[in-house]
Design a protein around this ligand. Structure first.
Ligand SMILES: Cc1cc2nc3c(=O)[nH]c(=O)nc-3n(C[C@H](O)[C@H](O)[C@H](O)COP(=O)(O)OP(=O)(O)OC[C@H]3O[C@@H](n4cnc5c(N)ncnc54)[C@H](O)[C@@H]3O)c2cc1C
Length: 409
């Protein structure tokens, strides 16, 4: 239904990813990841790269396809049906790759981006610290200059790929006295013996990606691994937040869609009181609410993709897409489970796994409260600064004499 928004090349990509998801990812891997038997599915990443499906937006020179966000969003919606663990690992290439592709030197792109897209290296992003993720600029991990290197000390937590990634896109404080927004730098940090993975969390869902806590003990990072300007990590961070949030939003569409499809098929067959249960409005209206919300979220995600592709400042749109799509997913998973009754709560159907995956989407890549913070901030700024040329509707109030009653303090 939304295919008309895609170019011919993007439609072909969508078909290609559907085929990949259908034929090349064994259910046994999904089950093993959910059972925490897999620390990092390297074979999955390799098979994606063998199909040239990683880093679609990046230029062909570095192994990408030079496509736009609309194409990538369509691809991630398809990957989303594999669940949050696989969707996240797929998206990490887009997120870390964005920083290297946009800010990296040709040498950095050749050494890290290209082999990542070729499936030879795996990447992870290390932003969150034990002391807090929302307050990103309060980071305390410190990188001290030492000759041609930086010496890194500190901790990061909840890092997907802590167990399996070859390198980390990491933010550290480089200026101890400067204000937070001018004191953080972004580095590519290769895993070596000084990087300790201490603890793998027991996660409710989104398992199998090797999520863990990282300790850096005097880790030596060559100064040439600095991404973007020294103390200018804010620029890299702001840029990375676009793929960070848009990939989460797009993955949520795929998860919601497949839950709804399972529920639709089930309620068309299951009988109660001599009727198929879809005849009960209590059931079919939940399906109606779900599909309307899914289509609304998808519309917003695709419009946001276009907005980014056109080069606009997309901070508000990207935050809205992330919040709307992940809250839609939570509602759709719950409706899907509800209309399936008890069996929906069991592992006979995968809805319970999507339910566990879905809960995370409102927390990671910036919580939805942080999305609200950004959305209102941008909207106040836009509205209060606007010379919009639109009608002054306040002057249409019934009481023409009421100006003096507009008391604000
Ligand atoms: C499974 C999993 C995987 C993850 N993967 C990664 C990863 O690969 N790399 C990475 O760097 N991070 C990762 N994260 C971290 C994730 O992004 C953070 O957990 C998230 O940003 C929230 O940070 P926090 O957990 O420190 O919560 P806190 O920042 O402590 O927030 C706690 C609560 O306070 C609220 N809050 C905080 N500040 C404000 C405010 N100003 N206004 C309103 N509400 C506020 C939050 O919304 C939240 O509800 C992952 C997390 C999980 C659980």
């Amino acid at each position: 239904m939304f295919e008309f928004l895609l170019t011919k090349e993007e439609k072909e990509l969508q078909e290609e990813v559907r085929r990949f998801v259908r034929e090349e990812v064994p259910s046994s891997l999904i089950r093993a990841m959910d059972a925490d038997q897999v620390k990092y599915p390297k074979e999955y990443m390799k098979s994606l790269s063998a199909r040239n499906l990683l880093g679609l937006r990046f230029s062909k020179e570095w192994g990408g396809r030079g496509m736009k966000w609309t194409g990538e969003v369509a691809a991630i919606e398809e990957i989303g049906v594999l669940g949050s663990g696989m969707s996240c690992l797929y998206s990490l290439v887009s997120i870390c790759g964005e920083a290297i592709h946009h800010f990296g030197t040709p040498e950095q792109k050749g050494k890290y981006l290209k082999p990542t897209l070729e499936g030879k290296l795996c990447c992870a992003e290390a932003l969150t610290e034990p002391r807090g993720g929302s307050d990103f600029f309060g980071a305390t991990t410190f990188a001290r200059k030492d000759g041609e290197d930086y010496i890194l000390n500190g901790q990061k937590r909840f890092v997907v790929g802590a167990e399996g990634a070859d390198y980390f896109l990491l933010y550290a404080k480089t200026a101890s006295e400067a204000e937070p927004h001018r004191s953080i730098s972004c580095f590519i940090v290769e895993r070596d013996d000084s990087v300790e993975v201490k603890h793998v969390y027991g996660l409710l869902g989104s398992r199998g990606g090797g999520t863990g806590r990282l300790y850096f003990h005097d880790t030596r990072v060559p100064a040439k691994n600095l991404i973007g300007p020294l103390h200018g990590g804010v620029l890299v961070f702001n840029r990375m937040m676009i793929p960070e949030r848009l990939t989460t939003a797009a993955g949520a569409l795929g998860m919601a869609r497949c839950c709804l499809e399972i529920a639709t098929r089930y309620t068309d067959r299951r009988k109660a009181f001599g009727e198929t249960i879809r005849k009960f409005e209590a059931v079919s209206f939940k399906v109606a609410d779900s599909i309307a919300k899914l289509d609304a979220a998808r519309s917003l995600v695709y419009v946001t993709a276009k907005h980014v592709d056109e080069g606009f400042d997309s901070r508000r749109m990207v935050s809205e897409a992330k919040k709307t799509s992940t809250e839609m997913l939570w509602e759709v998973v719950n409706h899907s489970m509800q209309v399936m009754g008890g069996i929906g709560y069991t592992s006979i159907y995968p809805i319970e796994r999507f339910f566990r995956d879905a809960r995370l989407q409102m927390i990671w890549t910036g919580t939805n409260e942080i999305m609200n913070l950004l959305i209102q901030h941008e909207f106040y700024k836009e509205t209060l600064n606007k010379q919009s040329g639109v009608r002054d509707v306040e002057s249409d109030a019934m009481d023409l004499e009421g100006e003096e009653e507009k008391v604000y303090e």
